[in-house]
Design a protein around this ligand. Structure first.
Ligand code: ATP
Ligand code: MG
Length: 431
């Protein structure tokens, strides 16, 4: 970390040697102050993008229109952005124009929260014009300027306020919370993937349960542009409870209301963000299809959506199941959604301190869980039965799998072949 920090300062010095002003800014200065691990380093400079590109050997034109060049130095990469001011957010989403400015302080003024509006110079000076350190000491999230206005400019800042509160265990200042309640409908104007990025950071962060609590409580989630699955919207509405405008309640006040909270309280015990998503959604009785739709809407990627959906599918399947049907339902769910989804589901139950011991032992007894593991292949079936290949092969293999997985048949070639023969004969009789 301090290597990364030093490498960042070296880039700052290189810019200064070429006659420009330059500073470390934003999240890295905040995280360094908090002695938290650094994610990435942002640098603000008076140099124009062309000058930055010329000065360093390896650069990428990341966002030239907004003045950002990625500089690769010392094995790290840095986002170097020209001092700028943004004006005229007529759509509450993106500035109408970006003007380059000559002063660091003007650049800091456009930033969202006071603790994100600090800079660090190569001389080791912390520049903090808006009282970022005061907010960090007090443990509060405070906007640069009036919250309501700043949220009107860019509605994503409301989600970010909640992210930082949850991540650091901070409180929102009253005007920040009131700003959210007043401006929350503006979230409709924000591109869903920007919300998805912040939301996913919250799920992976230090206070996922608090983040979700605030997101629900504020009512913000009702204003995501792309419709969230109906099941999710309804659950969010239930959670919001006491109607609008919700009062600011520090997390502790509600931490015991488990019925409303679903699985929120177990989220921190799960290290994997995908399992946190799965636990959150299944705790809200959201099944495979809706879980997949939500994660896709948030642009979290098809693979992750599929993994979370599979786990949600397992819980959905076992949810309304009678005691006597449970074993069959579990085995069916493992075969349909995969063994690793079943393992994930068991991990979630364990994290929620309600382990599924029976299901665990049923899973352990399942010597096989996919057609590929059967000791018989499709062409062997068609050869042995003397029938030309067709859809019947896949059907028969699935049948054999179900029998083998539930322990009714051993996974042995000859046993499986004769069982298949019997099945086919019965089928033909039935026709
Ligand atoms: P993280 O540690 O999660 O990366 P961060 O504060 O660095 O948090 P980024 O999204 O990386 O967040 O943004 C870098 C900096 O850019 C912020 O610290 C803040 O100064 C500024 N910033 C980012 N998003 C906004 C926004 N929507 N409005 C105003 N300023 C913003
Ligand atoms: Mg950052």
């Amino acid at each position: 970390d301090s290597q990364l920090w030093e490498a960042g300062l070296a880039v700052v010095r290189a810019l200064e040697s070429a006659g420009h002003q330059a500073y470390l800014v934003g999240g890295c200065v905040r995280d360094r102050w908090l002695e938290r691990p650094l994610n990435d380093i942002d640098i603000a400079t008076s140099a124009k993008p062309e000058a930055v590109t010329e000065l360093f050997e390896r650069t990428l034109p990341t966002g030239l229109k907004h003045g950002t060049v990625t500089v690769m130095e010392g094995g790290y990469s840095f986002e170097v952005t020209t001092f700028r001011r943004e004006s005229g957010y007529s759509d509450g989403r993106r500035p109408d124009e970006v003007a380059f400015v000559s002063e660091l302080n003007e650049d800091l003024a456009r930033r969202d929260f006071t603790f994100n509006a600090m800079a660090f110079s190569s001389a080791g000076e912390l520049i903090d014009p808006y009282g970022g350190q005061d907010a960090l000491r007090a443990g509060v999230v405070d906007c640069v300027g009036a919250a309501e206005e700043r949220f009107g400019e860019d509605a994503l800042r409301m989600v970010r306020a909640i992210r930082f509160a949850a991540e650091f265990g901070f409180e929102l200042l009253p005007d920040v919370w009131e700003g959210i309640v007043k401006q929350r409908d503006r979230l409709k104007q924000v591109a869903v993937e920007r919300i998805g990025t912040e939301w996913d950071k919250m799920m992976a962060g230090a206070g996922p349960e608090q983040a979700m609590h605030y997101l629900f409580k504020s009512g913000l989630l009702a204003y995501v542009k792309e419709p969230l699955p109906e099941a999710f919207a309804q659950a969010a509405e239930r959670y919001r409870l006491n109607g609008a405008p919700p009062q600011w309640e520090p997390w502790g006040a509600l931490a015991t209301d488990e019925a409303t909270l679903g699985n929120l309280l177990c989220l921190p015990a799960l290290p994997d963000p995908d399992l946190r998503w799965a636990a959150l959604l299944s705790g809200m009785y959201i099944g495979a299809e809706d879980a997949s739709a939500l994660l896709r809407a948030l642009r979290l990627g098809g693979q992750r959506a599929a993994r979370v959906a599979a786990v949600a599918g397992i819980f959905e399947r076992l949810g309304g199941c009678e005691e006597g049907e449970r074993r069959a339902a579990w085995i069916g769910a493992v075969l349909d959604f995969g063994r690793s989804a079943a393992e994930d589901a068991l991990d979630i139950r364990a994290a929620c301190e309600a382990p599924w011991d029976e299901e665990r032992s049923w899973l352990d007894q399942m010597t096989i869980s996919s057609v590929a593991e059967l000791d018989v292949k499709g062409d062997e079936l068609s050869g042995y039965l003397g029938q030309s290949p067709g859809p019947w092969i896949a059907e028969t293999l699935c049948h054999l799998l179900a029998e083998t997985a539930s322990g009714r048949l051993p996974n042995e070639k000859f046993v499986l072949l004769s069982a298949a023969k019997e099945m086919r004969a019965l089928q033909r009789e039935g026709r």
